[in-house]
Design a protein around this ligand. Structure first.
Ligand SMILES: [Zn+2]
Ligand SMILES: [Zn+2]
Length: 251
């Protein structure tokens, strides 16, 4: 039996739900029906997020001194021989944005991922479109960590960004060959050595001559993203760019 629901019903339902459970700022719990908001964040908290508004190295997204013209490579990139060509970050992995990114890693409801993806699209959507990527690939999580947390925030971000931009997402193309040892506590060059040849790209994906956008939550030295880019290129990709929610401020 077909029942025609009146068209006002869904919006009335939302109004009733808003009265019972008013939408709240995901940072400070302010009632968002009362204040201006950006993607579930009240305007006061939004103003505290350190979103990238400074000159950055095009290659590794680290902050660089103010000089005229774009910086194609900084000292770190040259030294590390990064395997990706470009990196963009929503903001600095510190302060309130840092807290949101950490919360996203443990958020099984993916509300934080959805909020950060909305911010990524509003702040960086144009830059990402200009990259004209052929596919989006999340940086893989180490399997035991993914199981322990029950979340996969790089995959959640990649899915949301890909859906909005109409770009295919390949969440399972990259896999770990073996369990890596802890990156924490290692020197910069140690982190790169630790990641060497750890990731591979599964066959059967349209990678040949493609430009792939790798998505991760945080970029620190770039060792993991660089290894992921190397694996994609070994499987035929021509170019790799990186999109992250947070860039650590000092590496
Ligand atoms: Zn707030
Ligand atoms: Zn750089």
């Amino acid at each position: 039996m077909n029942v025609a629901f009146p068209t006002w019903l869904p919006s009335a339902r939302h109004r009733v739900l808003d009265l019972l459970f008013p939408p709240r700022c995901i940072c400070c719990r302010a009632d968002l029906t009362e204040v201006k908001q950006h993607a579930s964040i009240c305007s006061t908290c939004f103003g505290q997020l350190q979103l990238t508004a400074w000159p950055t190295c095009r290659r590794c997204a680290s902050r660089v001194p103010e000089i005229p013209g774009p910086v194609d490579e900084c000292g770190h990139c040259r030294e590390d021989r990064l395997q990706f060509e470009r990196a963009i970050a929503l903001g600095s992995y510190e302060g309130l944005l840092g807290e949101l990114i950490v919360r996203m890693k443990y958020d099984r409801n993916e509300r934080l991922a959805s909020t950060l993806a909305t911010l990524i699209l509003s702040e960086l959507g144009e830059v990402i479109r200009e990259l004209q990527v052929d596919g989006i690939v999340p940086v893989p999580m180490v399997p035991w960590r993914r199981l322990a947390r029950g979340t996969n925030s790089p995959a959640a971000l990649a899915a949301l960004v890909g859906r909005e931009l109409g770009v295919p997402v390949f969440p399972r193309v990259l896999q770990y060959r073996r369990k890596p040892s802890q990156q924490k506590g290692l020197s910069r060059s140690g982190r790169f050595r630790n990641m060497r040849n750890l990731i591979f790209a599964k066959a059967g994906y349209p990678l040949e001559a493609s430009h792939v956008l790798l998505v991760d939550d945080i970029l620190t030295t770039g060792a993991t993203c660089s290894e992921a880019a190397r694996a994609l290129k070994q499987a035929g990709a021509a170019q790799a760019s990186v999109l992250v929610a947070g860039r650590t401020p000092s590496s």
